[in-house]
Design a protein around this ligand. Structure first.
Ligand SMILES: [Zn+2]
Length: 211
């Protein structure tokens, strides 16, 4: 039996049938099996950046740290966009140096993100919480991005139409919805069986995180 993969969550997992990547809070580190760690654009504190990066550098050496993130670019939040880019670029360098994938938060900055991906084609970039239409989704996949979908697919039943399953993940993020519910909806939209979807996402997980 293949486990469910939850690509990104802020809740600690207790179910053995689910493999989760827990998003660490830099100020409140928790003991979990797998996690990601990074500086979110919403929470950049200019006086804290170097300390935060040092902390990420320390954790990134652990085999339990699967990715850098969530980090990224957000044109709608209050953080200065130049500063966001600076902090994101530093995390891209960390990803490059450690060969770790990145879990990315992106709001209204897809052009910038595509340009960065072109500069760093070797870095695996996963856009988490993706909720845009399948035209943009397919375009991003053509550029090599993985897309991770969450609760939005429950209220919009054609987001996954034509989406490549080999570049797909599913997640719960901050919501309390079960990952199983997200999988069931995704399988329906992709017109595949639940076991086939579970198998595919385990294959993706192994390919991306080498674990
Ligand atoms: Zn999140």
């Amino acid at each position: 039996m293949f486990p469910f993969i939850n690509l990104h969550t802020h809740h600690k997992e207790t179910n053995n049938n689910i493999v989760s990547i827990f998003n660490q809070d830099l100020n409140n580190f928790k003991n979990v099996l797998y996690y990601s760690i990074g500086i979110h654009p919403w929470f950049i504190n200019s006086e804290q950046i170097n300390t935060d990066l040092k902390q990420i550098e320390t954790h990134i050496k652990s085999s339990q740290c699967l990715a850098i993130g969530e980090c990224g670019l957000d044109k709608v939040c209050d953080t200065n966009f130049e500063l966001q880019q600076e902090v994101f670029n530093k995390q891209i360098q960390l990803a490059k140096n450690t060969a770790k994938p990145m879990i990315i938060h992106c709001v209204k900055a897809f052009d910038k993100l595509i340009a960065l991906k072109k500069q760093h084609p070797d870095i695996i970039m996963i856009i988490h919480g993706f909720n845009k239409n399948n035209i943009l989704g397919k375009q991003l996949q053509k550029h090599g991005f993985y897309l991770s979908y969450g609760r939005h697919i429950l209220s919009n039943n054609n987001l996954l139409e034509g989406i490549n399953m080999q570049l797909l993940f599913l997640e719960t993020d901050t919501s309390d919805i079960n990952i199983q519910t997200i999988y069931t909806s995704a399988a329906k939209q992709l017109n595949v069986s639940l076991p086939a979807l579970k198998k595919e996402l385990v294959t993706n997980f192994k390919a991306v995180f080498k674990s």
